[in-house]
Design a protein around this ligand. Sequence first.
Ligand SMILES: [Zn+2]
Length: 384
Amino acid sequence: MYIQIVEVVLGVPFGYEPNNELNKLLEDFRKMINFCIDYAHKRRITSYAKLRKGVYEEWKRRWDYSTHFCHSACKIALAMLKKYRKKHREGKTEAKKLFMQLDPELYRFYGDKIRISVRPRQFLFINLKFGEYQKKFIYSWKEGKLKIGEVTINENKIIIPFKKEVDLQNPEEWIAIDINESNVTAVSSNPHVLRIDHELRTVHTTYFIIRRGIQKLAKYKPRTAQKLLKKYSDREKRRTEDLCHKISKKIVDFAKQHNLGIVMEDLKGIRKRIKKGRQMNRRLHNWNFRRLQFYVDYKAKLNGLPVVYVNPKGTSSLCPICGGRLAPNGHRLMRCLRCGYEKDRDVTAGINMLRMRGAPLPLKAINEDSNPLLSEMERIVIKC
Ligand SMILES: [Zn+2]
């Protein structure tokens, strides 16, 4: 058994009260970035050391903040230029949004507040606003289980990345997770089938209808309509996030209990599959899939379970036993035209994903005749 250590990082957003001093700092930092971009662009500088050396004297004359702000501005300027050149080849970009990144030299985290070193021995304290979600991270950090990295601050949020080093085990058994519009089906090689019926689509449809109603109002009362739209889209976001947390927790708890590695579809493939589907809800569905996968990914890794991705090509159209074509046969069933294999559509996708991973197949379950696998199915229904 090998041990693979990975660093799991999760950026956790905290709110804060707007504050003039911090706002001034954010505005100055944006100027610093743009100053560095100009300097690097004119002289065609791409190396951090060279840029830092070149701008330093002028930077010190203009701003006189802690030197680390200069380091950070140089790093961000180069990253932005690099990204811009990749796309446009020529020309330069400009920082428009207010944000800054502070390396650990520039700030100190106290759990409920952070302290920014504006100048040597001159500090700015910011009280953080947080709820239950953030509290869990703060406790783990206080217990020394989590470390923190570079924080990002923008006009209304402070994002603190919590880091943890975990030993990823090398499990013998795996669980494949197939995410659909109305359910998440997980098939494990030990074997079990876990089906979580979720209401992500219902939630989305509900709010889609509400939004359409509000848009009619926009003609007469545009301001009220705008306020309502914001209110309902915030509410929708909270509900979907909450659902994604619940679903991913169920899956990871199950995987942990049975010591299973996790197999998921490569996101690029998911994107393709949605494009072919209905257009109306495309963007949000896409976003939900990604969010759910992201939650499963980091929760699994925090628990020391490895996560792998497989190409989803053919997972729902090829027979996992003989590789023949599958054809729909009744409600949600797929049947192999060559060997007669017949099983639930989503379960089949899971078995195919396990096969692609090279994990042992749940043969016992596959070979059972009467409604195979479903007899071993744990059906969990999540409603919100
Ligand atoms: Zn077959």
